[in-house]
Design a protein around this ligand. Structure first.
Ligand code: GLY
Length: 561
């Protein structure tokens, strides 16, 4: 009896320790915040704001700085998306996604038997899409910049010349991809050297490329000497990009996907990213339920979100692609009528097998490794920016002369309908390859409003898991009443229709929850994914201050004032 009493006492003590544990609070500032994958980049962005620049100026400076300090995903040789909200409530987006080269063909990654050659779209020059990052930054500057472009590039040039200190995580990342990098480039490039934690890497060639952009603007990258060097290395290695491809590249301003979730207004990226549409579908499917009542990461909450994700990803893979090439029934896909019908087969009693969930019946009428940063400036403008090389260090193709890696974004096309890409996403005709087409993305830079006011800026890398990580971060704040850092810290899970499994972050979910989900028919995969997403977000607080959520899964850091 005494033993039982002691055990009871012990569990009470453990329980009270758990419930009284203070939630972690992120950096809180009065005026402005920049949250990005590297402290150097966040600091450069925040310095620009402190000099009187706006969120767009800071975005440009931060992005150039990430190209230097975060070669894993920050880039000149990739592309991305910007979602913005001005202090007067105006919203918009910029698409600076890579494009297929003019010489690309639908079956370019198939062998003579029609089988997919996955390596060709993932590693080396044939995997490279026409880069959009530099064009994107100039388009943003032209429309919203308030400081001279030279002032916004200079800090990145200085950073490249002085060098960047290698973090422990970076040293680990370089080591794990180095064999492949050497296989593609040989062993006499910058990244064939051994780097340890606290070493400093100087990026002299990259500094010169940035100087060329500073001097000649967009043409410093897309025309002339730099362009010729890009074409030379890509073509020498069997790729397709020509001078004409580079010269023709333009970023595109697009309307955002905007939808309500209860009393929130969510503003996110439209196709060619699937992010906004898929996020809208999932949130609208769970909207009729009282999620907060189910409790965070409970069996019922995981079930509901999983079943909505399953149905939304089935649609994503079938309907979405580049809107300049295929007609996308966006309005139908995010309508409540359609989504209620999609969820009519859902029951808490058991899992719906993905084999029973195909895409919905929507008639198309004739007329288809990444990094994120969030900024709120001292004027109340907000930008949410996700950019990518696709895989870690992209295609692994590195220009020693220019100092940067090229993307492997061509793998985000569906090489052959029904065959999964490197994120396991299975695409369809809407995302097939065509010259000058943009490949479908999952990037989900997002801004959330409540009662007409800015509430949150959020986004993450993570391939297919981007959308579900953004979703869970918003829900953690709104439904489960968490602060920004607390919301970012929570363990995450992910379902994407196929493969039919819930991926969970190891050690983040209790055994009882996992075993109940298994009994309900859910396949749980705890091994395939060390982390899900690296979210960088900002939450506006009721007292007018703002709190950053900088994800500790990476080296991510917030800087502000
Ligand atoms: N390359 C990852 C994405 O665009 O979703």
């Amino acid at each position: 009896m005494k033993k039982i009493y002691l055990l009871f006492l012990l569990s009470l003590i453990i329980l009270s320790c758990k419930t009284t544990k203070e939630a972690e609070i992120g950096l809180v500032k009065d005026n402005a915040l920049v949250v990005s994958a590297r402290v150097e980049a966040s600091k450069i962005g925040a310095d620009i704001l402190q000099q009187g620049g706006n969120a767009f100026d800071a975005m440009i400076a931060t992005k150039f700085a990430l190209a230097v300090s975060f070669p894993f995903a920050g880039n000149l040789g990739g592309g991305g998306f910007l979602v913005y909200r001005m202090n007067d409530g105006t919203t918009g987006t910029l698409d600076f996604r890579e494009k297929a080269p003019l010489a690309a063909t639908k079956n370019m990654y198939l062998d003579s038997m029609g089988e997919v050659l996955p390596e060709k779209s993932r590693v080396g020059a044939l995997a490279v899409g026409v880069p959009g990052s530099v064009a994107g930054l100039f388009a943003i500057h032209e429309k919203f910049g308030s400081m001279p472009m030279e002032k916004l590039i200079q800090p990145a040039i200085d950073l490249a010349k002085h060098g960047v200190v290698v973090t422990e995580k970076q040293a680990r990342r370089i080591k794990s991809y180095q064999d492949l990098i050497i296989e593609v480039n040989g062993d006499s490039i910058l990244f064939s050297n051994t780097f340890e934690k606290n070493d400093t890497i100087k990026y002299k060639a990259l500094a010169k490329t940035l100087e060329a952009i500073k001097e000649r603007g967009k043409d410093g990258f897309y025309k002339g000497e730099v362009a010729q060097k890009i074409v030379d290395i890509i073509q020498k290695n069997g790729g397709l990009i020509t001078l004409e491809d580079l010269e023709k590249y333009e970023a595109v301003w697009r309307d955002p996907i905007v939808f309500d979730y209860k009393d929130l207004k969510v503003i996110s990226m439209a196709p060619p990213s699937s992010g906004g549409v898929t996020l809208a579908q999932i949130m609208k499917m769970i909207e009729p339920y009282n999620l907060a009542e189910f409790k965070h990461n409970s069996v019922k909450a995981i079930q509901l979100i999983t079943e909505a994700e399953r149905r939304a990803y089935a649609d994503r893979n079938y309907f979405l692609g580049d809107p300049d090439f295929s007609q996308i029934p966006e309005n139908v896909l995010i309508s409540s009528d359609y989504l209620n019908e999609r969820m009519s087969s859902f029951s808490f009693d058991q899992a719906t097998p993905s084999s029973e969930v195909s895409h919905g019946e929507v008639e198309i009428v004739e007329s288809d490794q990444t990094t994120h940063f969030s900024i709120v400036d001292q004027f109340g403008n907000a930008v949410s920016v996700t950019t990518t090389l696709n895989g870690a260090y992209g295609s692994k193709l590195f220009s020693e002369e220019l100092g940067f890696f090229f993307n492997n974004e061509m793998d985000d096309f569906s090489a052959k309908p029904g065959i999964p890409n490197m994120f396991g996403l299975t695409g369809a005709e809407a995302n097939s390859i065509a010259p000058e087409k943009r490949m479908l993305s999952s990037m989900t830079p997002t801004i959330v409003e409540k009662n007409g006011k800015l509430l949150m800026v959020v986004g993450t890398p993570g391939g297919a898991t981007i959308i579900t990580s953004v979703l869970q971060t918003i829900l953690n704040v709104y439904e489960f009443d968490m602060g920004m850092q607390e919301a970012v810290n929570q363990p995450r899970f992910h379902h994407q229709w196929l493969p039919d499994e819930i991926r969970i972050e190891p050690n983040g979910f209790d055994m009882e929850t996992i075993s109940t989900l298994k009994n309900l028919g859910y396949e749980i995969n705890e091994s395939n994914s060390r982390i899900i997403g690296i979210v960088d977000a900002i939450l506006m607080l009721p007292d007018g201050k703002m709190e950053a959520g900088a994800d500790k899964r990476g080296d991510d850091t917030a800087v502000g004032f």
